[in-house]
Design a protein around this ligand. Sequence first.
Ligand code: ADP
Length: 379
Amino acid sequence: MSIRKIGILGGGQLGRMLLQAAANYPVETFVMENDAHSPAAHLCHHFTKGDITNFEDVYNFGKGLHAITIEIENVNDEALEKLELEGVKIYPTPAALKIIKNKILQKQFYKKNEIPSSDFLITQRLSDLNQQLHFLPAVHKLAMGGYDGRGVQVLKVKEDITKGFDAPSILEKMVEIKKEIAVIIAVNSKGEHAMYPAVDMVFDQRLNLLEYQLSPAALPENVLWKIEAIATKLVKKLNSAGIFAVELFVDKDDNVFVNETAPRVHNSGHHTIEGNYSSQFDMLWRVMLDYPLGCTEAILPAAIVNLLGAEGFTGDVIYEGLEEIMKLENVFIHIYGKKETKPGRKMGHVTILSKEKQELIHQANRIKNTLKVIAAPNL
Ligand code: ADP
């Protein structure tokens, strides 16, 4: 096969890990991002400084490429539509991206296709909530532009509604969550798909922060089947090649609800780099280069700990405790190359592999307690 030119919109850690996997294949890589020092900027063949939300920038970047993928949903989809008409392959298709980008359209898509997801209604402005008190407890979510928990507000009682959003949003019934699960599923141009084992996203109940992720998820066989059936139906109906991360809730009665879908590589699949035969990043290149799908099977069970910027530190990053963690067996460090840390910023992740689940949890806690992302004090 001749070398293909493939572009990535966005230059963060997802782009960086995609580029690490691209090095194995006959592909010339292009990245567009506003920040010339972003994590992916130095790993691609061609970097373009530009605004991924701007029509002209995206269109000019894309014309002449064989294919484009995204590492963030917030890109200019009109430009992608035009590029698609002109023969550039887009992963995911702009049509699928448009549905997913807007939580109102996303929820309507689930409803129309009978994909289980919690009941919802639409609000246009904050005052609309006054008429919907019967719907509480519920979760209010901005239709556009929210990510990593920003743009989500839990509204339990009447007094909470002032915390809602004064812009188009969905109000979604609160699910009594027992577990939060994610599955990654790849679809090629022929419509064939490959699914990775489900991942358990374990939260700190007190802080509502992601503690760590474990794969495979500990769930009864019948729940795993439900998850598989739902995720397969979902990508079939989206009718797009690419890679998709489906986040789901399992409630106390083992009902399964789709929370949301990301049409791209995802944080919940980072363990697949070391833990599975074909990683999510390798898999997306296989899809975009029209190669056979990879093997999604796990080599060993895995856990991921995200390395987030510690509270109270902003500035040039220091990784405290790194060497101690690197002495551990079966622990793999990924530093994203961001110069500056700030509270909560995703600065890296650590993957742990072990046959024993207890060992995964033990090491995940050890890493969380030992490895700190801080900054030098301002002098
Ligand atoms: P984001 O896209 O910003 O990550 P999510 O829609 O995933 O936002 O919501 C963030 C978190 O809020 C979820 O991980 C979950 O813990 C909680 N949440 C979201 N929707 C519901 C719901 N319907 N019921 C209960 N909790 C929810």
